[in-house]
Ligand binder design. Structure first.
Ligand SMILES: [Zn+2]
Length: 153
């Protein structure tokens, strides 16, 4: 890898570690010419699967839509936006690294639920009530009750 500072062709890897739950490799490199250090990232080429909705329609994965739905559920709650962005990045890296041509909207929804559940039960319940399509107050109450009894995934 060429040095971005002095453009020497060779550089030495001084540290290498997997990040994003093993879907990305981060390498610290040092230029033997100028001695400066820089970082490179390696991951599977971006090939995001299509999202299959419950209606059977297919649509391109759009992290903006997922972010929007999370932000709606997390409105006025204390989930740091940075954590939401990290989750979205990880979701995208996992999806592109899976090599699958398509993924269901239900699978994505389950990932969002698992994320919200770790951070905020109110946001989780808000998202779940939309995602699981609660028809009335009874269904909503059952959902809340199920949260009290189930162990977090
Ligand atoms: Zn250099």
């Amino acid at each position: 890898m060429q040095c971005p500072f002095c453009h020497q062709q060779e550089s030495r890897v001084v540290d290498s570690r997997t990040i994003m739950e093993g879907h990305e490799i981060r390498r610290r490199r040092e230029c033997p010419g100028c001695g400066k250090r820089f970082t490179t990232y390696e991951r599977v080429e971006n090939c995001l699967p299509m999202v299959v909705k419950r209606t059977g329609n297919r649509t391109a994965f759009d992290p903006r839509k997922v972010r929007h739905s999370i932000n709606l559920a997390a409105k006025k709650r204390d989930i740091p936006q940075k954590k939401i962005e990290e989750f979205l990045k990880l979701l995208e890296v996992k999806l592109s690294g899976s090599g699958r041509p398509e993924v269901t909207s239900t699978e994505i929804g389950d990932q969002v639920l698992a994320f919200l559940r770790r951070w905020d039960m109110i946001a989780y319940i808000r998202y779940a009530s939309v995602f699981k399509d609660c028809k009335d107050a009874d269904e909503f109450i059952n959902l809340v009750r199920s949260c009290e009894t189930e162990e977090p995934q």
